[in-house]
Design a protein around this ligand. Structure first.
Ligand code: NAP
Ligand code: MG
Length: 499
């Protein structure tokens, strides 16, 4: 059976209002979001976009929920139980959510289910289980006093997220923000509004009190900016592009000085040294560039390979490009699916054509759209591209493509590899392939990146923070460190009566 048949037969409801104060409400905003499936170009549904008034109402609902303590003053262990039940509820509805994501943004439904939804449930459960394991601080103090350092929830958190891992990025914000006792207003990317609204409903079904999570579909420059400038939002957690992340820093500076946590783009390198398992390195580097149709902030979009092993690594990458050919995202065995939209496909193709004009060569793929079948002729597909002959100064070696386009840069020494790996404004992630223990440690330290993967790529656990340096921003999702973003430290000094 094809995975989607059962869910399609059950029928998904795509009608929607916004989710504010525990209810579906019709927004005031008059503009409409048209959600188009990049799978086949069909219209999935329409929904009204939030305007300034809608944002204001959602922030008010979140503030009220925060102040009356329905969530913020529950014992942390109780909040943890509800987060765990939220995780279980997501897991129970994973197939439906995966199907929505596949239709909305084009990733293979199997990947949405096995990777994205597993990550969402895993993240919520991880924070839920952390709830009764955190401790406050009791610094040394004189005998007639007691010093306490406690964590207080910040208050109202706004989360503005992208469409590429729409519910994973959301869960990375919700887990720590909710665990800490905050109320949240979520603005999903317009393309993935329906799955976000459904996630909000499942939170309510799991017992999250009304008003603690509000979901407000809308356009970035309207609803996103209104959240960024809102005087009653305490924290703005953002994942998305560098340009928009910097706007949020500006909105905050021009409004109430709220904390902004930007988690932005990347141009990550995978460095392959001559003593590596070259076939595996080439294959994995390509996979980690093409996965999710290349729409990954941490994509290994630059293969930096030593000349001695370049041919073998490129051959492995080309082979992987063939294997990752797009197919119908609703096929259970599709290795990759559609890019998010026609506009995005056009942007990615522009990058490829620019690279060819600059002198790069196609080792795999073409600078034309891919058509998986007659039925999907209006979908937004691109077969993975491997570009050789790329040099440091070309735009393709510097700019984030956010598509399945791998640039190969050949080097003659480890030092040159490190210098090139660090030669972009970004600093999100890096891969390193070597069998030498000392080289692994010394080179990993020299790579400018928030995450370094040695002899692998995209591995990790919820216990490890994820985020970048430089132009990639400075926010960190995942791990206990993420709780810092959504809490304030309070120092309380108790003066004791002399006995
Ligand atoms: P984006 O264009 O920056 O959009 C992200 C969010 O910001 C969306 O919800 C968008 O709303 C909103 N937005 C757009 N313009 C805005 C404005 N002027 N004011 C306020 N909000 C605004 O990014 P994207 O295209 O969705 O996602 C791709 C980017 O995300 C890539 O650069 C990728 O590297 C990055 N990313 C980073 C990470 C990480 O953890 N570091 C993870 C995933 C993705 P609408 O689009 O709905 O209008
Ligand atoms: Mg967008």
């Amino acid at each position: 059976m094809r995975l989607h048949d059962a869910a399609l037969a059950a029928g998904l409801d795509w009608s929607a209002g916004h989710l504010v104060d525990g209810r579906r409400v019709q927004p005031h905003g008059e503009r409409e979001i048209t959600v188009v499936s990049p799978r086949d170009g069909s219209v999935v549904g329409l929904l009204a976009a939030a305007d300034r008034t809608d944002v204001d109402q959602a922030v008010r609902a979140a503030r009220l929920a925060f102040e009356d303590g329905r969530w913020s003053r529950l014992p942390a262990a109780r909040r943890g139980e509800i987060l765990i039940r939220f995780a279980d509820t997501v897991a129970a509805h994973a197939e439906e959510l995966a199907l929505r994501i596949a239709i909305e943004m084009g990733k293979p439904v199997r990947e949405a289910l096995d990777v994205e939804l597993a990550a969402v449930a895993g993240c919520l459960r991880w924070y839920g289980q952390l709830s009764d394991k955190l401790a406050d601080e009791n610094p040394a103090s004189p005998g007639d006093a007691l010093a306490l350092v406690t964590r207080e929830p910040a208050g109202v958190v706004a989360a503005v997220v992208p469409w590429n891992f729409p519910l994973t990025m959301t869960a990375w914000k919700l887990g720590p923000a909710l665990l800490a006792g905050n109320s949240v207003v979520l603005k999903p990317a317009e393309q993935t509004s329906f799955s976000a609204l459904r996630l909000g409903e499942l939170a309510l079904a799991a017992g999250l009190p009304a008003g603690v999570l509000n979901v407000l579909p809308g356009f970035g420059p309207e609803a996103g900016e209104a959240l960024g400038r809102h005087p009653d939002v305490d924290v703005l957690a953002f994942t998305g592009s560098v340009a928009v992340g910097r706007r949020f820093l500006g909105y905050a500076a021009e409004s109430n000085g709220k904390r902004v946590w930007p988690e932005l783009g990347g141009k990550s390198a995978s460095v392959i040294l001559p003593d590596a398992d070259v076939a595996k390195a080439g294959r994995t580097t390509a996979w980690a560039c093409f996965y999710n149709q290349g729409q990954m902030c941490s994509a290994s979009s630059r293969m930096i390979v030593h000349r001695d092993v370049a041919d073998e690594a490129i051959a492995a990458a080309v082979e992987e490009a063939r294997r990752m050919r797009p197919a119908d995202p609703l096929d259970a065995d599709a290795p990759s699916g559609a890019l998010v939209s026609e506009a995005h496909l056009a942007r990615v193709l522009g990058h490829v054509r620019g690279a060819l004009r600059d002198g790069a060569t196609l080792a795999a793929g073409t600078a034309e759209r891919f058509v998986p079948s007659e039925a999907l002729v209006r979908g937004s597909y691109l077969a993975p591209v491997v570009l050789t002959g790329v040099t440091e100064k070309m735009s393709i070696a510097q700019e984030e493509v956010f598509g399945p386009v791998l640039s190969v840069l050949v080097v003659d020494s480890t030092d040159e590899a490190v210098r090139l790996a660090n030669a972009t404004p970004y600093g999100l992630a890096a891969g390193l392939w070597t069998r030498d223990l000392s080289t692994a440690h010394t080179v990993a330290r020299r790579l400018k990146a928030g995450s370094v993967w040695v002899n692998c790529y995209e591995e990790g656990s919820m216990a490890m923070p994820f985020g970048g340096t430089g132009a990639s921003g400075f926010g960190r999702d995942k791990s206990a460190h993420a709780i810092d973003k959504y809490t304030d430290l309070k120092s309380t000094w108790f003066q004791l009566e002399p006995r």
